[in-house]
Each structure stands twice: as C-alpha cells, then as structure tokens.
Design a protein around this ligand. Structure first.
Ligand code: HEM
Length: 397
C-alpha cells in the first residue's frame, strides 16, 4: 500500500490544510497520488519554479489537454501551455485587450447583474449561493466581455465543465470520451460563427479588439483566437465563482467580519485579497521538468510532472504571520492564487472587480448569512477547489 498522500481522498478534499502543513514540515518536495506527481508545498520553492520557465515547462503539459482518444482540442495551443518565446507573442497580442478601460466599461453591468441576483434571492431567503449568485456573475462578465449571447451563459459553463474532464477520464469511459468530442465540436462551431460574424462587422467587444490587435505587424490567427476562447470561457468562470462562494462561506462562519464589512465597505478589496490567500480557488498548478533539476534539496528527474501546491504555499508559516488565520488587512507578501511570472493570471483585475462589485451589492441587503447544511459538497479536482452547492439562509438587514 502506498503511504503517499492522496489529494483526492474525501478527508483531504474536505480540508486539505492540515495535510499541506504536514507536507511543508516534513516532505516539502515529494510524490503524491493520484498520478505520482512531485508536489511542492513551500512558498519559496513554488515561487522559484514559477520564475524558472527554462527548467519547468508549461508547453510540455499539452498532452494533458489532448489524450489519445481526443483528436483535437483547441485549448492545447493556448497561451497557458506555451513557453517563451511563443508565449510572449500570444500574451502581448492578448493582454492589450484587457485594459482598465474595458474593465471600467463592464462595471455598471456587473453591478446591475449582482443587484438583480440579490433582489431575486432576498424574498426566498433560503438559496444556493453557488447557482443563485456565484456562478451567474462571472458567466455574465465573460459573455459581456466577449460580446456573446448572455442567455447562453450557463451553457458555456456546462461546456467548460465537460472539457475540464478531458484529462482525467479513464481510457474505457467511451461515453465520456464521446461527450468531450461532441462538446469540442459544438463549442468550436459556435465560436467560429461568432468570429466570422465579427470579422464582417467589428464591434467594441474583446473578440473584435483581439481581431484588430497587432504587435510588430502581426495579428492573432483565427486558430490562435479559437484556442484563447477555449481557455478563457472556463478559466474566467469557475475560479471566480469559487472566490465568491468562499467569500460567502467565510462571512457565514465569521459573522463579525460581515458586520465589519457592512460598516466599512471600503475594506472589501482587502477582504477579497485575504480570501484569495486563505481559500484560493486554484490549489495546484502543473509544470514539467525539461532537465534534471533541484528543488528544496530534492533532485527531480527530467520529464517529471510537478504539482505546485498553491493552497499549501499560501499558508506557509515561514512567509505569512499566523498563516492559518484569516486576517483582514494583512500586509506582506502576495499569495500565489493568481500565479506568478509570465503566466500570471490575465483576468486578475477582472476577478477582483467582479468579487468586489458582487459583495458591494449583497452586503447592504443582509445582516447574516446562515449555513443551512453542515457539510459542503466539493468539486472533484485537486487543481481547483470550491463548493458545488452552498445552501444558506440570507437574513435581511
Ligand atoms: C479568482 C479567479 C481566478 C483565479 C484564482 C485565477 C488563477 C489563475 C492562475 C493561478 C493562473 C496561472 C496559471 C499557470 O501559471 O499555469 C491563471 C492564468 C490565466 N488566467 Fe486566471 N484566474 C482567475 C480568473 C480569471 C479570469 C476572470 C480570467 C479571464 C477573464 C482568467 C484568465 C486567465 C488566463 C487567460 C490565464 C493564462 C495566462 C498565461 O498563460 O499567460 N482568469 N489564472
């Protein structure tokens, strides 16, 4: 029997932090299950890997996105799975579409959407924060940013959920394989239609901006744009939804925090930062070693799959004072929830904006958030962590 930590064991999914603490203390670089990945749990070691794309490749991770039974998946060519210099070219072309101006334009709509969702929840009092609040907000934001049909926002979410299973389906799950293949085809056909329509009739959305962007005279090809959209639709939704759900969970567990934020809404941005550190939606990031390399005193072979345990690094007591405590107004080093270095999250400002605006809409209307179920149902991934449902009662102000 293996004595390795299994990150998918129910007790670890439920509360990984004591297990992470044990790893940091005793085996900060070691193999874990499933997969026998090399898990790295100390903050400085994780940072070292994220800074070193020469030895730790993202491009080598492509086969994860396209197992043998899947002949084509646009996301395998996206910037997330590129190394320099290809990554820099794509990132330069894409980043200029994420300007403060495009985000500022989004804010009134995000506020209206958040207020409407709160308005709909209040008469019911008993709600599921995940489906009634956390998911529709980022789904609306990403559709608006891209100029997609908002009424299809939950379908995009379902497409993203199916695609996310691609790397973990067992070889014999033929029905699962077919579902992924159909989803790739449907999503690609839909997005191709959108790209062609925008080529004929440019608008002021992100897809139009991306079509017009030039760096040194070069533009994104339609295939590159497609890969980016395949990355963006899921990347922009699930993580931000978890950030909102964790915010609600913390406010339910610590009613004094909720009172404090109601009295001083200007503290909401610093609350969001601490939620990102304390309960990061991203718990693990993959890299692959392209040569033999040492991390934290352990030599890793070439072609080793490395799992950076961001959720562990964010509670490293050597870096964060009273790391296991939620501390509003904490100063000091940034957490790793949004990554670091060349792949740093392109949607970081948007995720922060969505969460701030959503909380600004919710908090004036409620006095308490009460959990109506003791247990939390967690999603099934050790890379991203969040509740799939969160039943609560909203006590009106
Ligand atoms: C709380 C919400 C979010 C979290 C925790 C998060 C986390 C991350 C992390 C950790 C990375 C780095 C991945 C790596 O190094 O391998 C990343 C990259 C990325 N994120 Fe986010 N993200 C969030 C929201 C968003 C949103 C709202 C968008 C877009 C609208 C977005 C788009 C992207 C993209 C395109 C990349 C790839 C950047 C690159 O490879 O250069 N993310 N995100």
């Amino acid at each position: 029997m293996s004595s390795r930590l299994n990150l998918m064991a129910p007790e670890v999914r439920n509360n990984p932090y004591p297990f992470y603490a044990e790893l940091r203390r005793n085996t900060p670089v070691c193999q874990v299950d499933p997969g026998g990945f090399w898990a790295i749990s100390r903050y400085e070691d994780i940072l070292g890997v994220l800074k070193n794309s020469k030895s730790f490749s993202s491009a080598a991770l492509r086969p994860l996105f396209r197992p043998q039974w899947l002949n084509h998946n646009p996301v395998e060519d996206s910037l997330l799975v590129q190394d320099p210099p290809v990554h820099a070219r794509l990132r330069n072309l894409i980043q200029r579409a994420f300007t403060p101006t495009s985000l500022n334009r989004l804010e009134p709509l995000l506020r209206k959407t958040s207020e409407q969702l709160v308005q709909d929840m209040m008469p019911r009092r008993s709600v599921d924060i995940v489906t009634d609040f956390s998911l529709p907000i980022p789904a609306t934001a990403i559709c608006t940013l891209l100029g997609l049909d908002i009424s299809r926002r939950m379908q995009f979410k379902r497409w993203g959920d199916v695609l996310a299973t691609a790397s973990s389906l067992p070889p014999g799950d033929l029905a699962g394989h077919e579902e992924v293949r159909t989803t790739v085809r449907d999503m690609e056909a839909y997005l191709r239609g959108v790209i062609e329509q925008r080529r004929r009739d440019l608008s002021d959305d992100l897809i139009s901006t991306l079509l017009q962007g030039r760096v040194d005279g070069e533009a994104l090809t339609d295939e590159e744009l497609m890969s980016f959209l395949f990355l963006l639709l899921p990347a922009g939704t699930e993580t931000t939804a978890h950030l909102l759900s964790f915010s609600a969970l913390l406010l339910a567990e610590q009613p004094e925090l909720l009172e404090q934020l109601r009295a001083q809404p200007e503290l909401i941005p610093s609350f969001v930062e601490e939620v990102l550190r304390f309960e990061p939606p991203t718990h693990g990031l993959f890299r692959m070693t392209i040569e033999e390399v040492e991390v934290g005193g352990v030599r890793l072979p070439a072609n080793a799959m490395v799992l950076l345990l961001v959720g562990a690094g964010n509670r490293d007591e050597g870096i964060f004072q009273e790391a296991e405590q939620f501390m509003l107004g904490r100063t000091g080093p940034q957490g790793l929830a949004l990554g670091y270095g060349i792949h740093y999250c392109i949607g970081a400002a948007l995720a922060r904006l969505e969460t701030r605006v959503a909380l600004e809409a919710l908090l004036p209307r409620i006095r308490r958030i009460k959990r109506t179920s003791e247990s939390v149902q967690w999603n099934a991934s050790f890379l991203v962590r969040g509740p799939t449902t969160l039943p609560v009662e909203l006590v009106p102000a």
